[in-house]
Design a protein around this ligand. Structure first.
Ligand code: AQP
Length: 354
């Protein structure tokens, strides 16, 4: 059975300050994966239009996410760093996927329900079709692995459904053109053009929660800035936010089971573990039985140590927007070559004349 060549793809929206959840759930994993993989990392600026059309600071936001990628340690020469709107093939494949995806599938997407809120009639068509563009982002490179936070799991399942339906519907077109390869879906071998993407969601903090409410995801759009640690926060802000983070009155347990029913404690231990590259078990061996008055200062020191160099490098990079734009132009040119190859093959499979 032929395998798809492993390729990592992921993206981040330029929709506000990057926070610790984006860093631990996504960007930190991007950095680790680049050691042994071919990687493509994208600032998904077209996705940013789905919830809000007009962004006065769009260009700055795009540069800021790019700066975060570079400051965290992503190598834009060995890998590809670019912004989505410079590679129109994403939108072209998304249209085809809009015609592959079923309305019933889209209706099940919980992120649409959350983001559209009560007034669904007023949500943009783009917000509804967001997961189809996300599938195109990944599959226009026929990427196989996608590091994301836990909140994106459902969208990746949809990307697999779209890939599978395309593979099935065009089965007799893929085989004669010789463009597909054999993959195994469960026990069944299937001749496929698009791979079944694998989400990479592991680690001790796959879903970093709000510092104010351990049952809510840490999010850029939370109106309370105290709910999140921003990558651009200085030492004082980080320290204040962790000191004010909601906790319960009990000491930390010695085992992970003891975190059940204690969402805030679980969240802070998960953050500590992810920042220190340790497991939660290991962190609790050190801090089990201790009060938050001991744990929080240790977490502050750790967070400042990890985030301060990234913060300083992001500020330095942001002073030279010309350099950031050049990185994006170069990455986009290389991404376009790969994406156009896929699109030519997709056009042939569909039967478009070219
Ligand atoms: N709280 C989180 N914990 C772990 N991972 C997270 N991610 C986002 N929030 C958390 C991951 O970060 C990557 C980029 O996310 P995005 O900016 O493209 O979209 P998002 O998930 O909509 O981010 P936000 O911050 O939550 O923004 P809003 O407030 O606009 O909804 C993704 O891999 C995501 O999983």
């Amino acid at each position: 059975m032929t395998e798809f060549k492993p390729l990592v793809f992921s993206g981040v929206q330029p929709t506000g300050n990057l926070h610790l959840g984006n860093y631990l759930g996504a960007i930190r994993k991007f950095v680790a994966l680049q050691e042994n993989n071919d990687c493509i990392y994208c600032v998904v600026d077209m996705h940013a239009l789905t919830a809000q059309l007009v962004h006065e600071d769009m260009a700055t936001q795009i540069r800021s996410i790019t700066a975060a990628f570079l400051a965290a340690g992503i190598d834009p020469e060995k890998h590809i760093v670019f912004n989505q709107s410079q590679v129109p093939q994403h939108a072209e494949l998304a249209w085809i996927f809009n015609c592959v995806a079923r309305i019933g599938w889209m209706n099940r997407m919980t992120q649409f329900k959350d983001k559209a809120g009560k007034d669904r009639e007023q949500a943009s068509l783009g917000l509804y079709a967001y997961p189809s563009l996300m599938a195109a982002d990944i599959l226009v490179y026929r990427a196989t692995h996608v590091p994301v936070g836990d909140d994106q799991k459902q969208h990746l399942e949809l990307a697999r459904d779209i890939a599978m339906k395309f593979n099935m519907d065009f089965h007799d077109k893929i085989v004669p053109t010789g463009l597909g390869i054999d993959i195994k879906v469960g026990e069944e071998p299937v001749h496929a053009y698009f791979p079944m993407v694998e989400p990479l969601i592991d680690g001790p903090a796959p879903r970093v929660m709000s510092l104010k409410d351990g049952t809510k995801k840490m999010s850029k759009s939370d109106p309370s800035d105290l709910s999140r640690i921003n990558l651009m926060d200085d030492q004082d802000a980080i320290s204040k936010k962790i000191r004010k983070a909601k906790t319960d009155p009990d000491a930390l347990p010695s085992e992970v089971d003891g975190l059940k029913g204690r969402p805030e404690a679980d969240n802070l231990v998960g953050i500590f573990a992810a920042l220190a590259d340790r497991s939660k078990e290991d962190v609790l061996i050190e801090f089990g039985g201790q009060q938050f008055s001991v744990f929080k200062p240790a977490l502050i020191d750790l967070a400042v140590n990890v985030l301060a160099p990234i913060n300083a490098e992001m500020r330095r990079l942001m002073e030279d927007p010309g350099h950031i734009d050049a990185v994006l132009r170069d990455g986009s040119a290389r991404a376009r070559v790969r994406a156009e190859k896929t699109m030519n093959e997709v056009r042939d499979i569909i039967g478009f004349v070219r």
